[in-house]
Design a protein around this ligand. Structure first.
Ligand code: R5P
Length: 299
């Protein structure tokens, strides 16, 4: 198996290759003077099983184009199979028309990947169960929840003193699974509202009992608004220690500052999205999903 990496998350690609006892195969990305890019596979891939690792986080369009070009180059090189590891799948939040006149972005992405001949997609913690249905190729969805459960257990947070919290109704499936992994830890649900035009979030109610320790669980953090809002509400309801576990650090520009200044004590994310040095903050801790992905690749 030959593993190639796009430029969006080479750190994770290197870890996956290391976990598999190998290194990354050669790939060149060059830029034309007008900004257009092209890729070139530097290893022989004829009759080989190949894997390309590329998160499609920001800059999302650029990262997607690179992924498409790498898949095309691998196909043209005669690869026997092409599997894409897209640890964070961009455009997945637009999985249906929320308002009249909108597009369904994830469907467009799925159709392009299909058309250019991708064989299989491996991804981590999708935003909704509907997303896989947009694809006609096999989609394997791995989950960081087992990684989170391990850390929560190691922290000594138990079901008699801690409560899992989903900041919106869409996270109920996720939190039920995590609760089971944690010996049926109790959970609560925040009723979040998001203004579809401005993106502003608000919430007043929590369904469920809140103890002194609260664990907010989400699939991604983008602006940080959801976490900040949830932390305020939890503090008002008696929580004294709050930590956040979110799979994808899709940080927008102000997210690190908002999270650092929010009422949470620590923010755990995974390395599905690369977090550059300038986005790091002291409350942030990064866990790795490389082993989950490596195990899936040899399964
Ligand atoms: C929403 O449905 C998601 O699960 C996340 O809660 C949301 O995308 C987080 O976005 P933000 O950090 O911008 O509030």
């Amino acid at each position: 198996m030959k593993i190639f990496s796009g430029t969006s998350n080479k750190n994770l690609a290197e870890k996956i290759a290391k976990d598999l006892g190998t290194g990354l195969s050669g790939l060149e990305v060059s830029v034309f003077p007008d900004g257009e890019k092209r890729v070139r596979i530097l290893d022989k891939v004829l009759d080989e099983d190949t894997v390309v690792v590329q998160a499609t986080s920001s800059p999302v369009d650029e990262n997607y184009m690179q992924l498409f070009f790498i898949i095309d180059a691998l196909k043209r090189g005669g690869a026997k199979s092409v599997t894409a590891v897209v640890p964070y799948l961009g455009y997945q939040r637009q999985d249906h028309m929320f308002r009249k006149g909108e597009d369904v972005s994830v469907k467009v992405i799925a159709e392009i990947l299909d058309t250019i001949g991708l064989g299989k997609l491996i991804t981590v913690d999708l935003h909704s169960i509907k997303i896989k249905e947009a694809f006609n190729i096999p989609v394997v969805e791995l989950s960081a929840l087992s990684v989170f459960a391990k850390v929560i257990t190691e922290k000594g947070w138990r079901k008699d003193s801690a409560v899992l919290v989903t900041p919106d109704m869409g996270g109920i499936r996720r939190i039920r699974i995590l609760s089971e992994l944690l010996d049926n830890m109790p959970f609560a649900v925040i009723e979040k509202n998001r203004d579809l035009a401005t993106g502003t979030v608000s919430a007043e109610n929590i369904e469920g009992k809140i103890g002194k320790k609260a664990i907010i669980v989400d699939d991604m953090i983008s602006s940080g608004g959801t976490v900040a809002m949830a932390a305020d509400l939890l503090r008002k309801n008696g929580a004294e220690q709050i930590c956040v576990f979110a799979t994808h650090a899709v940080f927008s520009e102000k997210a690190p500052k908002i999270l650092q200044e929010s009422g949470v004590n620590s923010v755990y994310v995974t390395d599905t999205v690369f977090v550059p040095g300038e986005e790091m903050f002291s409350k942030l801790k990064i866990l790795s999903v490389s082993k989950l992905i490596a195990d899936e690749l040899v399964d």
